[in-house]
Design a protein around this ligand. Structure first.
Ligand SMILES: [Mn+2]
Length: 317
């Protein structure tokens, strides 16, 4: 992995805005425990009309962009600092544009993966969570991440919860060669215990056992109040149920043997974003690329081989 990423973004005591799902919450918990980061707010960018940003009362979008790092959110604004895995560039030219941005880390950009490439196309995009990327980077640069991954939770363990972020086991079962390739990439020149444990699981023959436990984690997340089995907690934030989100973060932290980061008490729906989805193909991607030049595009991601999700800022910055 690119060594410059450590110096630019993985430094102590930053503020972050996390994706409102399991991957975002686990990323925030680990960054809090290892680097003392503070969780300021949440966002959800799915290319839907209810795409949202939850910030402390009185904090503007401009201030959030200036002060915070967006985690597990494919924010494209030039001035935004981002650690994310969703984003996949449309073509080689876009890869080069994003590669020069020192304020963004994305594994697809690091390896040149892009939608229209024949060699490095959509089927080769990064298949794990942002939390697994963060762990790999921290471990590569000798940060000790003391996670309890053996906690028995009845039908699953704390390791299974970490693996459920963006569905590591489910994706490996379907896209085995790509997942193995990326697990090897994360573990290159990396002595990290967790990174190498994940690599060994992805290369193992016991995926079906892990699949059963992955399903049990999903059931637990729904019992905790998440809207979907990926730990989407945007439903709770929309209803003003910040306390329930705090409880989920406290539970996740405790099962991993970590300290729970605090969450602002005065989180509010910002109502500054709105999403839309576009049909995407190798034939229409150039016209889509022009649409994406709009300076009010907050984020975008390729949802599947034929759909692009776009989130816009409602009022011009
Ligand atoms: Mn993610």
């Amino acid at each position: 992995m690119n060594p410059r990423i450590r110096n630019t973004l993985f430094t102590e005591k930053k503020k972050c805005i996390i994706n409102a799902d399991l991957d975002g919450m686990l990323s925030g918990i680990i960054l809090h425990n290892v680097l003392g980061w503070e969780i300021i707010g949440f966002s959800m960018c799915n290319g839907k009309p209810n795409d949202e940003l939850w910030l402390p009362q009185g904090m503007t979008l401009e201030r959030a962009i200036a002060e915070c790092i967006f985690i597990d959110l494919p924010v494209m604004l030039k001035q935004a600092t981002v650690i994310d895995q969703h984003f996949n560039a449309l073509d080689e030219d876009s890869v080069n544009t994003f590669r020069v941005d020192e304020n963004k880390i994305n594994p697809n950009i690091l390896r040149g993966m892009n939608y229209t490439s024949t060699e490095k196309g959509y089927t080769r995009k990064y298949p794990f969570g942002t939390v697994h990327l963060i762990i790999a980077v921290l471990e590569k640069y000798n940060h000790n991440i003391n996670l309890n991954l053996n906690k028995d939770l009845g039908g699953f363990t704390s390791l299974d919860v970490l693996l459920r972020a963006d569905r590591v086991i489910g994706n490996t079962a379907i896209y085995t060669p790509n997942c193995r390739d990326w697990a090897d990439y994360l573990a290159t020149d990396n002595q990290g215990t967790i990174t190498n444990l994940i690599k060994s699981i992805i290369h193992s023959d016991s995926l079906s056992e892990y699949s059963i436990r992955e399903h049990n984690v999903e059931e637990k997340l729904k019992i905790l109040g998440c809207a979907r089995n990926d730990g989407d907690c945007s439903n709770l934030l929309s209803m003003g149920e910040t306390t329930k989100v705090k409880e989920i973060i406290a539970w996740l932290s405790s099962i991993l043997g970590l300290t729970a980061p605090s969450i602002p008490n005065n989180l509010q729906t910002s109502n500054v974003l709105t999403g839309e989805r576009y049909p995407l193909s190798v034939d229409n991607y150039l016209s889509i690329k022009r649409i994406l030049e709009d300076p009010n595009i907050f984020s975008y991601a390729i949802v599947n081989t034929r759909v692009l999700s776009v989130t816009r800022i409602k009022n011009v910055l």
